[in-house]
Design a binder for this molecule. Structure first.
Ligand code: ADP
Ligand code: NI
Length: 211
């Protein structure tokens, strides 16, 4: 089996129990979106690093595992066992440890490589559009958040503690998701991100009328 297929199988196994919207199908769509970005922006990159990072990016996330440090060590060992070089392992680990919105906002993140920027945009696109609405709903349900509360205005986060407090699913759209298109690294990411955001705004208009 080729290295990349072993990595895909590893991600599938690791994400099999995932129930907050970071499941294997999300990893697969993220990988697909990286291909779109590379094609549309005509980028020259290490495809192996991009694809491996796209599939693995949530395996070590603290939303998916209670012990990220352990998952990082396991992943390093696995990549070594299937014959990845130290350089490739470092490149993948550096991407998946630094790409998340929360780590960008609150912890010292290393600047991402071009490969990392592509995976970051793909992951951000995954939080937008019809799928993004459903993932936010799914996440909210799993964490006991209300869909909407008229008396809870969107609180724009000022620090990590405040940001981590659950708000409502609708607030999450204003607090995080609608900020994503402006943060995109790639031209396709920005364009597609804006299109997906517009769809969500139209959805909200309909939602408020129903409410
Ligand atoms: P990151 O790892 O980049 O910080 P997340 O893991 O927080 O990103 O986001 C992944 C998915 O979970 C997104 O689709 C996002 O909308 C959803 N999500 C994260 N936090 C919340 C929240 N508080 N309410 C609703 N959905 C959320
Ligand atoms: Ni993700």
């Amino acid at each position: 089996m080729k290295k990349i297929n072993k990595i895909i199988a590893y991600a599938q196994k690791q994400l099999a129990q995932e129930k907050t919207g970071h499941d294997f199908e999300h990893a697969k769509r993220t990988a697909f979106l990286t291909e779109q970005i590379i094609k549309e922006d005509k980028l020259q990159v290490d495809d192996f690093i991009v694809t491996a990072s796209a599939y693995l990016h949530d395996v070590i996330d603290d939303k998916v595992t209670v012990n990220p440090e352990k998952k990082i060590r396991e992943l390093q060992l696995f990549l070594k066992e299937i014959g990845c070089s130290i350089e490739k392992i470092d490149a993948i680990l550096s991407i998946i440890q630094n790409l998340s919105f929360s780590s960008e906002m609150f912890t010292q993140t290393k600047p991402l490589s071009l490969e990392g920027k592509i995976v970051q945009d793909a992951d951000r696109l995954e939080a937008l559009g019809a799928g993004g609405i459903l993932r936010a709903a799914y996440f909210s349900g799993a964490h006991g958040q209300a869909i909407y509360d008229k008396n809870k205005p969107s609180l724009y986060f000022r620090n990590k503690k405040e940001y981590r407090q659950p708000t409502t699913m609708i607030n999450h759209m204003y607090e995080k998701l609608f900020l994503l298109p402006d943060l995109m690294n790639t031209t396709y990411g920005k364009k597609e991100g804006m299109r997906r955001k517009k769809f969500m705004q139209d959805f909200l208009q309909e939602f408020y009328e129903e409410w």
